[in-house]
Design a protein around this ligand. Structure first.
Ligand code: NAP
Ligand code: HSE
Length: 434
C-alpha cells in the first residue's frame, strides 16, 4: 500500500478466539477506522487449519483458506496479523511476511519469548514493523505504555498478574471453594486458556509474557531465556486458608527487576497483603505494576484474556502499523527498540520473605529442629502457627512466616528439614511479595 492507495488489506493467520474478535471489531468499527486511517480496512484472506469449521458470522467465508501462500504470496496485502499461536508454523510465516515487506501484528507471546529479538531485528532490517500489544495483558495497553509513554524513563521493576486463567482459577477457588479442575474447564470454555492449559496453570504463559515485558522494559535480548517458573497447580486449599489467617491472598505473580549487573525474572505463586492493589485484582483481570525511576509507581489493570479484550489490542496495532505505512514511516517504531544481551540473576540471590508449611508428626523436639535448621542458615522467623495436634500417624501442619531471607539459604534449610524422619511430606514454600 502506498500513501495513495485506497484500501488497507489485511491477511489473518488464524481465526479462532482472538482472530474471531478481530474480525468482529474490524466490522463493528469500520466507519471510525476508515475515518482514522483515511482508507477502509479490508480482510483479504484468512488462514485456518479447517476452513469447514463454524466461524464468527461477520467473516466472509470466501476469504478462508488452509494454504499459507494465499496470504503470504498475495503482494496486495499490507498487514499480516498472526493469531494462530505456537512456535511453528507461526515463526516461519511471520518471517516470510516480514521478508516480503509486510507490516506484522502478533498476539503470540510464546513466539515472542522464543524469537522476539530475532523477529524484531529482522523487521528493523527490512524497514517494517512488528507490533505485539495483544501478547501481554489482553486488552491492557501495557506494551504501548512501555514502548511509547515511558520511553524517556528507566524501568526498574515490573510485578504483574499476567495470566487471566490462573487468576480466574485462584479467585474462584478462593471465593467459591470450587475445585481446580472445574474452574480450569470454565476458563477454557470462556476462551481464556491456551490451547494447552498447562501453559496457564503451570506458569509457562506468564513466563512468556514476562520475557516480552522485560525485553521491552529493559531493552534486553532474551530469546529463549529460561525464566524460573512455578505454577498454581501445586497449591492446596489449606494454603489459601493459612494465607488468609496471616492477612494475605495467594496470587500468581510475574516479577522482573533490573539489578544492574543482571536481570531478575521469576514467575510463581506469591502471598500478597490483602490491602495491596495487586491482591484485589480478581477473576480474568490482569494488572501490571511498573516502577519507573522518574515516574515512580504505575499500575495498569484490565481484562487480560478473552476474544474481545485481546482483539482491541490487536486492532490498535493494525491501526498503528497501517498508519505508519500510509505515512511512509514503516519500521521506525521497531528500529527504535534496541536490544542487548543481559544476564539472568540466579534464583539463589533472590531475597524476600517466605511462607513455609511443614506437615510433621507431632513429637517432642520437632519445632526445635525446624527452627534450628532455619536459624543455622540465617533464616529468621517472623511468625509461627501450629494448627491442632497430630496423633500417631496423622501429621499436623506447622506454618512459618520468615523475615527477609536469601533464597539459597531457604532452599538449603528446606532440603535439610525434608530429610528429617518427622516430616510426613515435602515442605511447601510460597514467597511473600512486598
Ligand atoms: P485459537 O482459538 O486456538 O485459534 C487459533 C487459530 O489459528 C485457529 O483459527 C486455527 O485454525 C488457526 N491455526 C492454528 N494452527 C494453524 C496451522 N498450523 N495452520 C493454519 N491455521 C492454524 O487460539 P487463540 O486463543 O485465538 O490464540 C491465538 C493467539 O493469541 C495465541 O498466540 C495466544 O497465545 C494469543 N492470545 C490469546 C488470548 C486469549 O485470550 N485467547 C489472549 C492473548 C493472546 P482452526 O480454527 O481451523 O483450528
Ligand atoms: N491464556 C492466556 C491467559 C490468554 O489466560 O492469560 C491471554 O494471554
Amino acid at each position: 500500500m502506498s500513501s495513495a492507495s485506497s484500501v488497507i488489506r489485511v491477511g489473518l493467520l488464524g481465526c479462532g478466539t482472538v482472530g474471531g474478535g478481530v474480525v468482529q471489531l474490524l466490522r463493528a468499527k469500520a466507519t471510525y477506522l476508515e475515518a482514522r486511517l483515511g482508507a477502509p480496512i479490508e480482510i483479504a484472506s484468512v488462514l485456518v487449519r479447517d476452513p469447514g469449521k463454524e466461524r464468527v458470522p461477520e467473516l466472509d467465508r470466501k476469504k478462508l483458506t488452509s494454504n499459507p501462500d494465499d496470504v503470504l504470496g498475495d503482494a496486495s496485502i499490507d498487514v499480516v496479523v498472526e493469531v494462530m499461536g505456537g512456535l511453528e508454523p507461526a515463526r516461519t510465516l511471520v518471517t516470510r511476511a516480514l521478508d516480503a515487506g509486510r507490516q506484522v501484528v502478533t498476539a503470540n507471546k510464546m513466539l515472542l519469548a522464543h524469537h522476539g529479538a530475532e523477529l524484531l531485528e529482522r523487521a528493523a532490517a527490512r524497514g517494517v514493523d512488528l507490533a505485539f500489544e495483544g501478547a501481554v495483558g489482553g486488552g491492557i495497553p501495557v506494551i504501548r505504555v512501555l514502548r511509547d509513554s515511558l520511553a524517556s524513563d528507566t524501568i526498574e521493576s515490573i510485578s504483574g498478574i499476567v495470566n487471566g486463567t490462573s487468576n480466574y482459577v485462584l479467585t474462584r477457588m478462593q471465593k467459591e471453594g470450587l475445585s481446580f479442575d472445574e474452574v480450569v474447564k470454565a476458563a477454557q470454555a470462556l476462551g481464556y486458556a491456551e490451547a494447552d492449559p498447562t501453559l496457564d496453570v503451570g506458569g509457562g504463559d506468564a513466563a512468556h509474557k514476562l520475557a516480552v515485558l522485560a525485553m521491552l522494559a529493559f531493552g534486553a535480548r532474551l530469546d529463549g531465556v529460561k525464566v524460573p517458573t512455578e505454577g498454581i497447580d501445586t497449591l492446596e486449599p489449606l494454603d489459601h486458608v493459612f494465607a488468609d489467617r496471616f492477612g494475605f491472598v495467594v496470587k500468581q505473580l510475574a516479577v522482573a527487576r533490573d539489578r544492574g549487573a543482571a536481570i531478575e525474572l521469576r514467575v510463581h505463586p506469591a502471598l500478597i497483603a490483602k490491602d495491596a492493589p495487586l491482591a484485589n485484582i480478581n477473576g480474568v483481570l490482569n494488572a501490571i505494576a511498573l516502577e519507573g525511576r522518574a515516574l515512580g509507581p504505575c499500575l495498569l489493570s484490565g481484562r487480560g484474556a478473552g476474544d474481545m479484550p485481546t482483539a482491541v489490542s490487536v486492532v490498535a496495532d493494525v491501526v498503528d502499523v497501517a498508519n505508519a505505512r500510509r505515512s511512509g514511516a514503516s519500521g521506525r517504531m521497531t528500529r527504535a527498540m534496541k536490544l542487548t544481551p543481559r544476564a539472568l540473576a540466579p534464583m539463589d540471590d533472590v531475597e524476600t520473605r517466605y511462607y513455609f508449611r511443614f506437615s510433621v508428626f507431632d513429637r517432642p523436639g520437632v519445632l526445635a529442629k525446624i527452627t534450628g535448621a532455619l536459624g543455622e542458615r540465617g533464616v529468621s522467623i517472623e511468625q509461627m502457627v501450629q494448627q491442632g495436634r497430630g496423633t500417631g500417624d496423622v501429621p499436623v501442619d506447622v506454618v512459618i512466616l520468615t523475615h527477609e531471607s536469601r533464597e539459597a539459604s531457604v532452599q538449603a534449610a528446606l532440603a535439610a528439614i525434608a530429610r528429617e524422619g518427622f516430616v510426613a511430606r515435602p515442605p511447601r514454600m510460597i514467597r511473600v511479595h512486598g
